[in-house]
Design a protein around this ligand. Structure first.
Ligand code: PGA
Length: 253
């Protein structure tokens, strides 16, 4: 049985004061979430607030990115060891915004994934197609390529220690959500591809959906067989909305 995970990706939003409010808001409602796992990914400078305010709660936290390098002269980068030092559980890797705006290739993403694992972090690997790719019938080819980069680098054992997030680029921040059928289809495809390498890993690995997941569509999406939770952007910035999505996770646990 896969326990649903709801993870908030705050992206580059909010101030120190906003982050404190949001963390406290989530903390105040978390007792109602009994079964789903819950995590937040604030911007790097605010991770120390998560460490401080979430101590002793059931809310885990992580970073939105991690360096592919271990340490050294890499100005501006943050290592997996540093994230571990601040108590992070997760690191998102390969988000489409980083692939698009920071030129991250599959090879870079796979190295980040392996770096995160090397420090005992749980990487959340984002995969997903653009609208052009979907319309061109290339969805499966694209998500397979994103997935295979990690399978080639670390095998099914590496996937077993991470989480996958299917995030169609056309659904991110647009208010257009993949229909539960569209999402389920891709999730099932990913699980089948993993099963071809290792059936047990395919059965246990969490595959989250991300892309305009909101309180009013979360229940239906997470209710699908192969959708094990959500990676939430916009709706993770309001404690009430985020907690409502966590409740949908709980209901499907
Ligand atoms: P969104 O973002 O929920 O705002 O669409 C999801 C994501 O990019 O992780």
């Amino acid at each position: 049985m896969r326990r649903p995970l709801i993870a908030g990706n705050w992206k580059m939003n909010g101030s120190k004061a906003d982050s404190i409010d949001l963390l406290n808001g989530i903390k105040a409602g978390i007792a109602d979430i009994q079964k789903a796992s819950v995590a937040v990914c604030p911007p790097f400078p605010y991770l120390y607030l998560a460490e401080d305010l979430l101590r002793g709660t059931a809310v885990a936290y992580g970073a939105q990115d991690v360096s592919r390098e271990e340490c050294g002269a890499f100005t501006g980068q943050v290592s997996a060891a540093m994230l571990k030092d601040f108590g992070c559980t997760y690191a998102i890797v390969g988000h489409s915004e980083r692939r698009m705006f920071n030129g991250e290739t599959d090879e870079i993403v796979a190295r980040k994934y392996m770096q995160a694992l090397s420090q005992g972090l749980t990487p959340i690997l984002c995969v997903g197609e653009t609208l052009d790719q979907r319309e061109g019938g290339k969805t499966e080819e694209v998500v397979a390529r994103h997935l295979d980069a990690v399978l080639d680098a670390g095998g099914a054992e590496a996937l077993a220690r991470g989480v996958i997030a299917y995030e169609p680029v056309w659904a991110i921040g647009t208010g257009v959500t993949a229909t539960p059928d569209q999402a389920q289809e891709v999730h099932a495809f990913l699980r089948k591809r993993i099963a071809a390498k290792d059936a047990a890993v395919a059965e246990s690995v969490l595959i989250l959906y991300g892309g305009s997941m909101k309180p009013d569509n979360a229940m239906e999406l997470i209710g699908r067989t192969d959708i094990d939770g959500g990676l939430i952007g916009g709706a993770a910035l309001k404690a009430g909305d985020f907690l409502a999505i966590c409740k949908a996770g709980d209901a499907n646990a």
